[in-house]
Design a protein around this ligand. Structure first.
Ligand SMILES: *Cc1c(COP(=O)(O)O)cnc(C)c1O
Length: 444
């Protein structure tokens, strides 16, 4: 059977291209680690964060960028957040402590997540963190904790009118009750504004909902609340591949491109526009009525907070799996790697991480005979497949080679990793340059 296999070429940063071309370095790390590992590049994260901060500055909008920490667990990102006076969005005590331990001050920590534990609320009071209140009973628990321990800064998270089935946010009735409760307890609760978190990657619904929250701020300020800002959450788009490759993939999509004729009901939009900081600019430049969102924020004296996760990690990491073996079962082969599909969390959502992995051929030269192959993990589960899609390799992969998955730092690195089969979690290796040399160390 003849099938067409298009490469889905990842867009890669210079550091990643250089690292991938440096097989000596990769082999050295692989020998030390003796298993799969992640490479991370904090300067790229810092560039992404600065780009967001610069958009706010250029548009004259005061605010803060909260890194949505759950997208990657490395500590190295947090050092960059501290250095650039950014902020971090956390949802658990370990995430909170990790941020503090890496120099992020409590007043630059945002606490989201549904129904926070009493301990997390208490820690937030102690450190002056900003807590997004998601339900009335959570506000009541917060009040009790604030009564003992001092005031708590909050945002009230609203249930978006354009996403009424979300399980997050306060309904209009509960929001009214929450405002009354805040009004009755001004010494304990600092009502600092409103927030929302929308699924999807569209500009317009975010801009419209932000405008609605600005109006709510104006009302709340009139009622005497400090109401300093609004948070528009995360969901800033990323483009992993070029548009032409994305269109070609969608055009040719059929089950015969996948192992076992597997079909998928959805994929992440691997090409989109605008992305990252440009998407923030597009939101700020959206005209609503007679003014842009940026102008409305400035006129109302309202700060803008955002919580990008994936978009700050774009281009900042990749994952290396040692090839354990190869076999030819059918017209396509199966590569088995050291490591598990749990590292690529798209597989957890019954989807696939599409950018094509690169084969780094190690050891003696071999005939460059192209093969098609899919990529399985080293567990005993049939479903433990990293890539169901048949990949065109320039030569037959073999034991000792390395397989590099590009641009994995945002959610495709450690979000769902497990120690299945008692395998250790892949370490994260920080790459940096010292005196013209590339050096590496393990992220703690
Ligand atoms: C997950 C999450 C984010 C980050 O989302 P991204 O899509 O990675 O930008 C931000 N805020 C909240 C409340 C979240 O749950």
């Amino acid at each position: 059977m003849e099938i067409t296999i298009n490469a889905i070429r990842a867009i890669e940063r210079d550091w990643a291209l250089a690292a991938r071309a440096n097989s000596t370095l990769l082999e050295q790390i692989a020998r030390v680690v003796n298993g799969p590992f992640h490479l991370i590049h904090p300067p790229t994260f810092a560039d992404n964060l600065s780009n967001f901060q610069n958009v706010l500055r250029q548009r004259g909008v005061p605010g803060n960028v909260y890194f949505g920490k759950k997208a990657n667990k490395a500590g190295a990102w947090l050092r960059e957040v501290s250095r650039l006076e950014g902020a971090v969005d956390v949802a658990s005590i370990p995430e909170f402590v990790h941020a503090l331990a890496n120099g992020v001050r409590g007043d630059n920590i945002g606490v989201t997540g549904a129904a926070k534990s009493d301990d997390l609320l208490w820690l937030s009071v102690r450190h002056g963190a900003l807590v997004a209140i998601d339900a009335l009973d959570e506000l009541e628990r917060s009040l009790a904790i604030a009564r003992e321990n001092g005031p708590l800064r909050i945002l009230l998270r609203i249930l978006p009118p354009n996403a009424p089935n979300s399980r997050f946010g306060l309904s209009p009735q509960d929001l009214a009750a929450a405002l009354t409760l805040c009004g009755d307890n001004r010494d304990l609760i600092v009502m600092d504004g409103f927030s929302f978190h929308l699924d999807g990657y569209a500009v317009l619904p975010r801009a419209e909902l932000a405008a609605l929250l600005i109006d709510k701020c104006t009302e709340a300020k009139a009622a005497g609340f400090p109401c300093r800002g609004i948070s528009i959450g995360g969901g800033f788009a990323c483009a992993y591949i070029e548009e032409a490759d994305w269109l070609a993939f969608k055009e040719a999509l059929s089950p015969d491109q996948f192992h076992a004729a597997k079909s998928f009901s959805h994929f992440y939009p691997y090409y989109q526009s605008p992305t990252g900081a440009s998407m923030l600019d597009a939101i700020l430049q959206t005209t609503l009525g007679n003014a842009t969102l940026a102008e409305k924020l400035i006129a109302a004296g309202v700060e803008l907070y955002l919580e990008p996760g994936r978009a700050l990690l774009d281009g900042a990491g990749m994952t290396v799996f040692p090839v354990q073996g190869f076999k030819q079962n059918d017209e396509h082969g199966i590569v088995t790697v050291a490591g598990l599909s749990m590292s690529l969390s798209e597989q957890w959502k019954n989807s696939e991480f599409l950018p094509t992995p690169h084969l780094v051929q190690c050891g003696p030269e071999r005939p460059q005979t192209p093969v098609h192959a899919v990529i399985g993990g080293s567990s005993c589960m049939e479903y433990d497949v990293l890539t169901w899609r048949k990949i065109a390799f320039p030569a037959r992969p073999r034991h000792g080679d390395l397989l590099v998955y590009p641009n994995t730092a945002g959610y495709q690195m450690d979000k769902n990793e497990s120690e299945f089969h008692q395998l250790p979690l892949p370490p994260k290796i920080i790459l940096s340059r010292h005196g013209g040399e590339t050096t590496w160390r393990i992220d703690e």
